[in-house]
Ligand binder design. Sequence first.
Ligand SMILES: Cc1cc2nc3c(=O)[nH]c(=O)nc-3n(C[C@H](O)[C@H](O)[C@H](O)COP(=O)(O)OP(=O)(O)OC[C@H]3O[C@@H](n4cnc5c(N)ncnc54)[C@H](O)[C@@H]3O)c2cc1C
Length: 574
Amino acid sequence: MSSRDGTGAGARGRPEGAHPPVIVAGAGPVGLTAALALARARVPCTVLEAEDARGAAYFRSTGSKAICFQRDILDVFDRLGAGRSVIAEGTTWTTARTYYKGREVRTVTFPAGAGGGEGLLPPWINISQARVEEELLAAATAHPGIDLRFGHRVVGIAQDGEPDGDGAGAWSGGGGDGLLVEAETPGGTVRMRASHLVGADGPRSAVRTLTGVPFPGDSFGDRFLICDIRADLPFPNERRFHFDPEWNPGRQVLVHQCPDSTWRIDWQVPDGYDLEAERRSGALDERIRKIVGDGDYTLVWSSVYRFHERCAERMRVGRVLLAGDAAHLYAPFGARGLNSGVQDAENLAWKIACALRAPDPAAADALLETYHSERWAAARENLRVTGDTMRFLVPHTEEDRRRRREVLERALEDPRAGDRIDSGKLAEPFRYADSPLTTPAGPVPPQARPEAPAPGDICPDALCTPADAAKGPRVRLRSLFGPGFTVIAHKEADAAAAARECTGLPADVAPLALERVDTSGAAADALGHPQGTVFAVRPDAHLCAVLPPGTPPGRVRSAIERACGARAPARRGR
Ligand SMILES: Cc1cc2nc3c(=O)[nH]c(=O)nc-3n(C[C@H](O)[C@H](O)[C@H](O)COP(=O)(O)OP(=O)(O)OC[C@H]3O[C@@H](n4cnc5c(N)ncnc54)[C@H](O)[C@@H]3O)c2cc1C
């Protein structure tokens, strides 16, 4: 097995194809991302989707749930070959404004990144979830390593050939050869062997139920109305959040621009709100006209939703991994549902690939267990953040109502008080600083920039100017990462030596020399540590080690060994 450019250290372990495929339950955005990430890591997989085949008509008729996609998620789509059209078509925005009774009280601007904005991914784009799913499906359909089967509803799971029904007790940790997955199809019931099962089958996950994993949390009664309307409007291309506007007094409204002159308007509506009654009476038109004025508009999609705040008690049970809405549900303000589900998918894919190649079953088991520990910590953080937001947006106690009023009133007088307004804290990648896979930081050299990335952070991106500029245009640093680990050093000799240390590990390790890929200094600037530092980057672009200049030989290898589960505490079963 060779690395991306043929110079890296090759992965060792079980031969390719010696195991049954990974089965992914659900061809939603998270299941498709998981399938593409597995295929990129050369792990064959089969996707079982309960619904019938999806063609263009399906995507045209499906309303959008998610619209806001964060930069690092676009980077994942780009890595997986599904990003180009999404990024080109999406509406870019960098500013989020919050208003109270019509007056601006808070403005947040997202930075472009090192090397300038052009060529880098935008901090956010808006595009419909349906369009993103269409691109993911096209990429998955075209990939020879992915077997997509529609009309296959997962209804049973057994470990090592045992019939299901034994409940939680049937599950063991990393032992045994695999799973048996049962699916209902129009032609009858089929059973398939799998090395692992990814439960990406949405909020009512059958996989979660079949594994007996509780899904505690709350479902809230507060109701929100979404209308996607198409109209030529002179609104700025920004996220605009209104508290108590005169056209929705006592409640809030969020306005976002999407491609094709489409606008997402999200109103908080009173208890007992009836969309159909409002549509029939003409009150919906009046409601929309209070925002869009007298011009023409088309209602593309409308829906009323309630929100849930829930998290599965475990995201890994033996060889079964839960991801996306099957594992967690958040209130949508902050755009954390799909964005974090994509990070689940990428996290689990490289770990399954590595576990399948690991010669040591204990390390493989320990690595898979870190899927739970890392992504569950991320889910708890997302629940905390979105829970705080919802307490501010829809307070349920007198104390929370008073606090909301005071914060908003004070912000009218004092711009600094605007920071206490919570209209949704927008998603950011979780930091794996406390993960057992992360080599803790040593003392930070005095030459490092104060905001330089630390182990566990996602590797910053930058626009690179290659040494041989004649070979092509500037490229993003992160687009140079291969499907395995990457070791980055300033000097070519250091990067090559670091990669050589890693021969025989269960993952590919490829060298990346800044002096070769970037003469502009933008990448070194973004990485922020002095020359001689070696950065070890996981396949999901998180830094697992930042080794200062003068680190003795062998430390890169032990950092990557650690990131492959060598020192992570194993936990069997539940
Ligand atoms: C109003 C609203 C706005 C939102 N806005 C955002 C946003 O801006 N940004 C963001 O990040 N998130 C947002 N979200 C959340 C986002 O829509 C979800 O997190 C996302 O759809 C989760 O994707 P998924 O693949 O996990 O699940 P799903 O999209 O539910 O897909 C699950 C798939 O599994 C299939 N399936 C179900 N059962 C089975 C079975 N037994 N066997 C096989 N297949 C099965 C289903 O048919 C489906 O195709 C929003 C949600 C709502 C409601």
